[in-house]
Design a protein around this ligand. Structure first.
Ligand code: ZN
Length: 378
């Protein structure tokens, strides 16, 4: 893809182009920042720019053979590695190269704007967590030992590098520090605090911020043929996350479902209704890990919205009808004595699910704590 297809992020684009023109391309770069901000899309546009036969001052040409191959993700000097796991198709020893067709479809469908949970959904493994394995590292080393095939740069793009197994990282350390000539590693990370320090310390770090609201709004208006005024609220709610912005426009129903579940859960916690909470947690245990995380994130949002409501900032809470009604009634029970702990509970819950905690036990534990916190007087 071209830089012109990137939503917002002009400062980062300028910086990337500048360093390329000055011949200061760091051989190992870490692109990190929040979900949905276009880190992968930027990396793809950057890769295309670096290997373009005829780049302009501000972008790749988009029609030379290198650009065309890069855009289709089939350039022989562009190598992708990403988390994988066993699936129906690959029953043992998963690694990136076994999923290259799935990866291409996935990335091209999202035009470079992709999320980890969607990747797992795409592979049909919503209940598992992927890893970048030592096998992947072996493959990288093998490919980099071949001479650059036809590009100026041989580019290894590692998506969600925080999912790299320590054994894979150990194999790569030397290579990351001193890659062969004209080789570039682009590491992409969403939860850089989980990144191994040995990897982080070897990379030039480029923080990619969230996308500004204005760019999201105008991109939404264009994609969905909306008036800018109608796109603005979605942009505001999406907090700089393009994937979330699209989801909000496309998928009002699922939000409704999460709202009803959250409402039911909070009512049970509020009443400290243990028998029904036990049933509720058993039910939640069956919905799949990615949905469980979304649900905790939704609860987290309810606490944030309560805080805004309590502080007279309702205009920031874009809710209507039942949701606005419930948040209004719920808000007074969220206050300075419990807000931090409630928030941390949900965030920690999301992390625990990623670490394969038993959802039933986890949700019960969170429920009991939430019950206690909601009973505190402001
Ligand atoms: Zn080109």
């Amino acid at each position: 893809m071209k830089f012109s297809e990137i939503i917002g992020q002009q400062a980062t684009i300028d910086r990337l182009i500048e360093s390329a023109k000055e011949g200061r391309v760091s051989h190992t770069q870490l692109f990190f920042g929040p979900p949905g901000n276009g880190k992968l899309a930027l990396a793809l546009a950057y890769a295309q720019y670096l290997n373009c036969h005829n780049p302009s001052e501000t972008d790749s040409c988009g029609h030379c053979p290198a650009c065309i191959k890069t855009a289709k993700l089939i350039h022989p000097d562009l190598h992708f590695f990403y988390p994988t796991t066993t699936t129906k198709k690959i029953k043992k020893d998963p690694e990136s190269q076994l999923f290259s067709d799935e990866w291409r479809t996935f990335v091209l469908d999202g035009n470079g704007y992709v999320a980890l949970n969607k990747w797992y959904e795409h592979l049909g493994v919503e209940n598992k967590q992927g890893t970048i394995f030592a096998r992947d590292a072996t493959e990288m080393i093998k490919r980099l030992n071949l001479k650059a095939y036809e590009g100026k740069y041989k580019i290894v793009l590692i998506w969600m590098v925080e999912k790299m197994h320590v054994s894979a990282a150990n194999k790569l350390l030397k290579l990351l520090e001193e890659p062969p000539q004209q080789t570039l590693f682009i590491l992409i990370s969403e939860q850089s605090e989980q990144l191994l320090a040995t990897i982080r310390s070897r990379a030039f770090q480029l923080k990619i911020p969230r996308i500004d609201d204005q760019s999201i709004a105008s991109a939404l208006a264009q994609k969905y043929n909306l008036r800018l005024a109608d796109a603005n609220p979605y942009a505001l709610m999406a907090h700089g996350n393009w994937i979330e912005a699209c989801r909000l426009v496309e998928n009002g129903d699922e939000d409704k479902e999460h709202f009803y579940t959250t409402q039911r859960w909070m009512r049970l916690c509020f009443k400290n209704n243990i028998p029904e909470l036990i049933d509720f947690c058993a039910e939640i245990a069956t919905i799949g890990r990615e949905k469980q995380k979304t649900f905790l994130a939704f609860s987290l949002q309810l606490f944030h919205n309560s805080l805004l409501t309590n502080n007279g900032l309702q205009t920031w809470v874009r809710l209507t009808g039942e949701e606005a009604g419930f948040t209004g009634k719920f808000a007074p029970y969220v206050h300075h004595r419990n807000l931090l702990e409630l928030t941390q509970l949900m965030e920690e819950g999301i992390r625990q699910i990623e670490r394969n905690a038993s959802p039933q036990i986890l949700f019960m534990d969170i429920s009991l704590k939430v019950s206690k916190l909601l009973s505190l007087k402001p």
